[in-house]
Design a protein around this ligand. Structure first.
Ligand SMILES: [Zn+2]
Length: 69
């Protein structure tokens, strides 16, 4: 499933693919660079209202992932 992640601080967006409702760490890293490529910015990458409900979690290896709710 394609999910559009948004950043309403920089007005950017990035499309990621979720598998079984999970957005992987590598997808998140790629998306974050697209949403905010600025060193030292504290907006957090994904920022503001999103199209779908998202919850931060960690995978079995302790990496940050997103769960689609
Ligand atoms: Zn930023």
């Amino acid at each position: 499933m394609k999910i559009t992640l948004k950043n309403n601080f920089h007005n950017t967006q990035a499309t990621v693919i979720s598998r079984n409702g999970i957005i992987s760490t590598s997808s998140l890293k790629r998306a974050s660079r697209k949403l905010c490529g600025m060193d030292g910015c504290t907006c957090g990458g994904i920022h503001g209202p999103q199209d779908v409900g998202l919850r931060g979690d960690i995978d079995r290896d302790g990496n940050g992932i997103l769960v689609v709710e």
